[in-house]
Structure formats: C-alpha cells, structure tokens
Design a protein around this ligand. Structure first.
Ligand code: DX5
Ligand code: ZN
Length: 213
C-alpha cells in the first residue's frame, strides 16, 4: 500500500510558506508536518499558534502538528482552534499524557503520541487506545537534517504488533533522517515525515519515492 508523506516545513523557506505549501501540495504531499519547539523541551525555537493559524488558511492538506514543548496541556486547545488536524505530544513533556490525548480528541482533532529515542516504546503502549497516531522519532528532536538512528527501528515493529494484536486504529508515523534508503527500512510505518530530503531536491520525485518505499 502506498505510504502517506508529510513534508516537514522546518526545512522549507520560512519567508515563503504559502508558496512552499502550494508546491508540496502540487507535488503530491498528503499532510503538512509542522514542528513546534519551545526552547525548553528541545534546545531550538521554531513557530507557534499564530503561524499554524496562518498555515491553515492556505493549506488544503491536513496539518500534522508535532509539539516539542513542555506542558503541552496548557496549549492544546489553542493549537486545535488554530487548525491542527493531527496534534502530537511527547510523552516526556507532560505529567498527564492520557488526559491531554483525551482533551485533544474532545476538542475535535486527531491525537498523537511520540517519544524521544531514549524512551522505551513500552511506555507508550498503554496510551495507544487514546491515539490516532503514534510517532517514532528516529533522531533526537530539535533539528532537521540529522542522521537516521537505526536502533529505533525495532520500535516500529513492536508498535505494529501491538496495533495488530489489539486491533487498534492508530497510524504509525516516523520522523527524522527519512530519505529513499531509510524509508525502506521503515516500511512497516504508515506515514513518513521528511524535511531536508523533500525540500532539498525535486519535491515531486522525493515525495513519490517515499510513497513507494
Ligand atoms: C525534528 C523534527 C523533524 C525534522 C525532520 O525534531 O521533528 O520533523 O524536521 O527533518 P529531517 O527530515 O531533515 O530529518
Ligand atoms: Zn517533527
């Protein structure tokens, strides 16, 4: 089955986001991946609620918002109202991941959980019934353009087993260092996030390569 591709606009031209979104849309992207960083949960700072709101106005694709922020429970309502279709939180960033995931769904968005590379996958398994998406980080969150961490791949296999055996309705997404080669290694995933790989070359050929990985 063809994969979904979510280009990460972290690697796009921030002065021309509307143009970039139109370009990836025409090139066949399925979702737009938006990386939100607060300078506390991760060392980098990117964009916030007003930018998500502006992106929503110019995007016909779902916005897949990846929150790399402390205490996401304080902000999920604003991010859903701004137009996040999928809203993903880090398990390490909150004392109440379950409550925050429930809140995202109550607000009308799809809820996602993710984990840092050093966090064992077992920690997210009990949360999967509350999730529409589980994101496996294959780099340390914070920056685009890093190398793929092969040692994270068994997490995808473990999640696939869990989702199949419990008959859960949860997509597996992978994020970090995804390109033509690493996407093949992650073929059990449903959704590929890719920043530098898509925005670094011909958008259409990069997206179609990932879709057919
Ligand atoms: C990293 C972000 C990623 C990043 C991926 O913290 O979550 O979405 O943009 O960039 P690449 O595809 O270049 O590794
Ligand atoms: Zn991301």
């Amino acid at each position: 089955m063809s994969k979904l591709v979510a280009p990460s606009i972290l690697s796009a031209d921030f002065a021309n986001l509307e143009k970039e979104i139109k370009a990836i849309t025409e090139a066949g992207a399925d979702w737009v991946h938006v990386d939100v960083m607060d300078g506390r949960f991760v060392p980098n700072i990117t964009i916030g609620i007003p930018v998500v709101k502006s992106l929503k106005k110019v995007s016909s694709l779902p916005l897949d918002v990846h929150l790399m922020i402390e205490e996401p429970e304080r902000y999920v309502e604003d991010f859903v109202k701004a137009g996040s279709d999928y809203l993903t939180i880090h398990i390490e960033s909150t004392k109440d991941a379950a409550g925050t995931l429930r809140k995202i769904r109550e607000l009308g968005a799809k809820a996602g959980i993710t984990l840092r590379p050093r966090t064992p996958v077992e920690q997210v398994l009990p949360l999967l019934p509350l999730c529409d998406l589980v994101l496996v980080m294959t780099v340390e969150p914070g920056f685009g353009g890093q190398s793929f961490m092969h040692d994270q791949v068994p997490k995808i296999t473990r999640l696939r087993e869990e989702i199949s055996s419990k008959n859960l309705n949860c997509l597996i997404e992978v994020d970090g260092g995804i390109n033509a080669e690493t996407a093949k290694i992650c073929r059990e995933a449903d959704v590929f996030v890719a920043g530098s790989y898509v925005f670094g070359k011909d958008y259409r050929s990069a997206i179609s390569t990932l879709k057919n990985a």
